[in-house]
Ligand binder design. Sequence first.
Ligand code: AMP
Ligand code: FE
Ligand code: FE
Ligand code: ZN
Length: 291
Amino acid sequence: MAADPSHRFAGPADLHLHSNHSDGTEAPAEVMRQAHAYGVRTAALTDHDRTTGWDEAATAAGELNMTFIPGMELSAKHEWRSVHVLGYLFDPDDAALRVETDRIRGDRIGRAERIVRNISRDYDLHWDDVLAQTMLDATVGRPHIADALVARGIVRDRTEAFDGILHPREGYYEPHYAPDPLTAVRLITEAGGVAIIAHPVTSGRDRMMPVPFIEKLIAAGLGGFEIDHRENTAAGKKMLHEIAAKHDLIITGSSDYHGTGKPNRPGENTTSEDMVARLIDRATGSAPRYA
Ligand code: AMP
Ligand code: FE
Ligand code: FE
Ligand code: ZN
């Protein structure tokens, strides 16, 4: 008899890491090596709207004696808010989810071209510059445009690009298609996964959704919140803890590592073993890969 799988995963868990299959700067295997070097022993790869990095990451994690949790960060939108819904352990071949991620990823391309066209009115930046920063088929986003601005010597790093040219207030910004968060939660849940709202209480554009709407998400199957994340506000975390306790939700902590694209380091926030076990127990769409 195999042991209960929920007790086989290894120590410090970081459930939110990006590779160059979306807007991280490193290949999936390198992301796992970095996570390991920072002491992480259970890691999830959560590229935006894409699952193609899973196999490479799982193999690398296995070689490092780590547990791998397959994941994704699904783009959603509530009114003017950009909402990110982390999905874990869902079926990557689920047809409805694939249709949605294909649609988001497709629309992100035209949107990135529109942003670049806007910027090119004032700066020497062209679509080819962005393509040069984007791995083939990566989920393209503003971070790739930021990297192109850096390569052109227009800004120093991604942070400067996001604080300036890429900020909506500067007028170059364009939105992209994304489903409503209710749809996002349902798609992940129906694909056998567990849906967790990523960084739910940051300030600015991603400001928290109204509590009654969050309660609708919970009724639709939302599994929990990513509470320990460097961008969540202190007051927001307190409020999330109260909602999570009231509804007995899963709470996670993660780094949101993007390689050299952000200062976030693997393992800077972690998820408790109890909570990892609850995620694994609840999911039916795919299995963790144990070392
Ligand atoms: P997009 O989805 O194309 O609008 O771009 C948003 C992505 O940019 C998020 O997934 C973040 O990973 C990244 N991002 C947001 N703010 C920053 C920042 N200040 N520095 C680096 N990356 C950022
Ligand atoms: Fe990102
Ligand atoms: Fe995010
Ligand atoms: Zn992320």
